[in-house]
Ligand binder design. Sequence first.
Ligand code: ADP
Length: 254
Amino acid sequence: MDKKTIISVRNLVKNYNGFQAVKNISFDVYEGEIFGLLGPNGAGKSTTLEIIETLRDKTSGEVIVNGYDLDKMPGEIKKIIGVQLQTSGFYPGLNLVELIRMFSGLYNRTVNPMELLKKVNLEDKAKSKSKELSGGQRQRFSIATTLINNPKIVFLDEPTTGLDPQARRNLWDLIREIRDNGTTVIITTHYMDEAEQLCDRIAIMDEGKIIKLDSPDHMIDELVESGFERPKQVKAANLEDVFIHLTGRVIREA
Ligand code: ADP
């Protein structure tokens, strides 16, 4: 398959008062993939992503997004990316339709709020306020807000943290749908099962460096080929399988 690079990062460095949080990293993100950035807290993931999102200055290096050089055309980059807003920024007095109208005003875009809510399966919550939503619904709404400007790339920061197994799977389906509609997705997560199921490729960061970049499948195969064995016999199912088997995949929160 012919892959087109949509984000190119070369020799990116970020220093905070003498502390080097990002240590000369280079990587490409391909158009139309779900790209996961994984790593322990403090690895430099947020710093890297916020630099690409034009929200933070870099110390040195080159970042090209959709052909736009971050140093020369940050405004063009802003126009074609969608970044998740903090749910705390959802004014409590406004319902979902009103919130979408307000955000689209900020982006200088006209969108059909119901169409957008339909995309994330929240049409029947159109008149609800965000505090009246369940955790999964709030995350879906937050993802909807990233789609307002019809972006080429969306950045999702731990979108399923704190959700129950059904709501997580429901969100995975939504994220796959966004990718299948042609949008590139960059996601951070601390759930390895999520990264394994969802991401086409993964970069693992640690202490400011990318220590591995590959598809989850290749990474696992490589580890197994190296002679790695799990310490004890693994069962053919796990507790999450039991939970999903008993309670089904239907969404209860609606
Ligand atoms: P991650 O997202 O992987 O948890 P971050 O990019 O948030 O990592 O942080 C990487 C490192 O940079 C951490 O050691 C963090 O303490 C430090 N750091 C992040 N932001 C700042 C800042 N504004 N000033 C100083 N140090 C920072």
